[in-house]
Design a protein around this ligand. Structure first.
Ligand SMILES: Cc1cc2nc3c(=O)[nH]c(=O)nc-3n(C[C@H](O)[C@H](O)[C@H](O)COP(=O)(O)OP(=O)(O)OC[C@H]3O[C@@H](n4cnc5c(N)ncnc54)[C@H](O)[C@@H]3O)c2cc1C
Length: 267
């Protein structure tokens, strides 16, 4: 039986291009290009590597977002994914991570069969790293986060992963079906192929809303169902210009540094 992989991918604003409105102190989103979230590209690449080794592998990419997130799904199919599912509905708008994972978990339940769910560790805009683990909890499957190396055993039922920790790594053997979250050390994502682009643009991409997902729009998805409240968002005040101390000898330099630090009451 074909190995089935679901990749959770989010379309995010390219943070390299983001600027802050100096007056309103909010993000200037106009004209900012949207991209496939970096860690999600790593998740997709690892799924594609499995497909390279076992060609009957089936990869479905699921994203929740506005209608333009379809473009990102086309990109994923052009890279080699088999299909994309767009979760898009006004009723899903304003969802926090809890409501987002409710919608994605409902989509995965609707897709039924899967051996592996791959998400990115973190989205570069929301940055919470909560959605992958929340989906796993809601589906009741085991999970390993921060996956830096991946090896699928020949029985297609066990996976050995190297999980990155702050001060080292741990090796974990996990049974399928499971959820893994990818970090950039895992691989280098491939580019779209020309043939892939041609077939991707012709591909029909189903869009599912709350009704198709069977979720309760009052209790499970959307702004009102989201338990997170954002009280304030702000940009940190820019740091002042640095000072470079110069002196002829190390002792003189250390004395100067001491005087400066004492003057600022640091020591
Ligand atoms: C009150 C509130 C309202 C919000 N309203 C909106 C809104 O209207 N529109 C909006 O875009 N955001 C909204 N957000 C932000 C939104 O909750 C998060 O962006 C989203 O839940 C994902 O969380 P994250 O970005 O921290 O992802 P992380 O948890 O850091 O992502 C980890 C991984 O989960 C997967 N993943 C995350 N999000 C998605 C997705 N959407 N589709 C597929 N896979 C995904 C990816 O694999 C990703 O790498 C809102 C947040 C709050 C608190």
């Amino acid at each position: 039986m074909a190995f089935k992989i679901i990749v959770c991918a989010k379309q995010v604003p390219d943070t390299n291009e983001i600027k802050i409105d100096p007056v309103k102190k909010t993000l200037i989103r106009e004209g900012v290009p949207s991209i496939l979230n970096h860690d999600d590209a790593n998740a997709l690449e690892e799924a594609l590597k499995i497909k390279d080794a076992y060609p009957d592998t089936h990869i479905t990419v699921v994203t929740m977002g506005p209608p333009q997130a379809r473009d990102m799904l086309i990109e994923c199919i052009a890279m080699g994914a088999d299909e994309g599912i767009l979760l898009s509905d006004r009723a899903l708008g304003g969802s926090d991570t809890w409501a987002t994972s409710n919608a994605i978990a409902a989509a995965i339940v609707k897709l039924k069969d899967y051996d592996l769910i791959f998400a990115g560790r973190q989205a570069i805009d929301g940055d919470t790293a909560q959605v992958g683990p929340q989906i796993a909890e809601k589906l009741g499957i085991p999970q390993v986060t921060y996956v830096a190396e991946f090896e699928l055993e020949k029985d297609m039922k066990h996976i050995t992963v190297k999980r990155a920790l702050e001060d080292g790594y741990e090796l974990i053997k996990i049974e399928t079906p499971c959820m893994l979250t990818a970090i950039k050390e895992l691989n280098t994502p491939r580019y779209m192929s020309i043939g892939g682009i041609f077939s991707a643009v012709r591909k029909e991409i189903p869009a599912w809303g709350a009704k198709e997902l069977g979720v309760d729009v009052d209790k499970e998805v959307g702004l009102d169902a989201s338990p997170t409240n954002v009280f304030r968002s702000f940009t940190p005040a820019p740091k002042g210009k640095g000072v470079i101390l110069e002196a002829d000898t190390d002792k003189e330099l250390a004395d100067k540094l001491l005087i400066n630090l004492k003057a600022k009451h640091v020591i």
